[in-house]
Design a protein around this ligand. Structure first.
Ligand code: CU
Ligand code: ZN
Length: 182
């Protein structure tokens, strides 16, 4: 019994330095700044909405550039959701709006908004939507980083007031935000 305890102690001590090295490597990776991220949006079941969005760090925040196709004309809720999980048919595996600071749902230019509240995209008669603006809240680093989170396009307009979703309805497309090649 005593020798077993000794063996366990030896094993534990010999593993400790390895854990230390792994920890340092991990920290280093997290601190390396990501300048640009990308999400490719695929249709949920029964939808034909698809497209892409890039997020690039600029002087006053993160520049969001989106091109989405297959929509009905008009405004569609467009958010970053908590999880980068598009595995479910309806897009619900992406969870609720990304909200690391416990705020209310709101407009992108509001002080009280979920970090993931990037508002609406507006499709033309052909069903194509283009968006290009600088968001002051989004981040590609630190606790509020959107890397690994989900992007959702909705069936209806985000009214920017209804809690906690903006009443934007069904999820038509989903994508996961990853590190982009510059
Ligand atoms: Cu949403
Ligand atoms: Zn929200």
């Amino acid at each position: 019994m005593q020798s077993l305890t000794k063996k366990l102690l030896v094993v534990t001590l010999s593993v400790l330095p390895l854990v230390g090295v792994a920890q340092i490597t991990h920290d280093h990776q997290e601190k390396a700044p990501v300048p640009k991220a990308i999400a490719v949006l695929s249709p949920t079941k029964g939808s034909s909405v698809h497209g892409g969005v890039t997020f690039e760090v600029v002087e006053n925040g993160v520049r969001v550039v989106a091109n989405i196709a297959g929509l009905t004309p008009g405004k569609h809720g467009f958010h970053i959701h908590e999880f980068g999980d598009c595995s479910s048919d309806s897009g619900t595996a992406a969870g609720g709006h990304f909200n690391p600071s416990g705020m209310q749902h709101g407009a992108p230019n509001s002080d009280n908004r979920h970090a993931g509240d990037i508002g609406n995209i507006e499709a033309d008669k052909a069903g194509n939507a283009h968006l290009d603006y600088v968001d002051p809240v989004l981040s590609l680093s630190g606790e509020n980083s959107i890397i690994g989170r989900g992007v959702i396009v909705h069936a209806k307009e985000d009214d920017l007031t209804t809690q906690p979703t903006g009443a934007a309805g069904a999820r038509l497309a989903c994508g996961c935000i990853g590190v982009a090649k510059r």
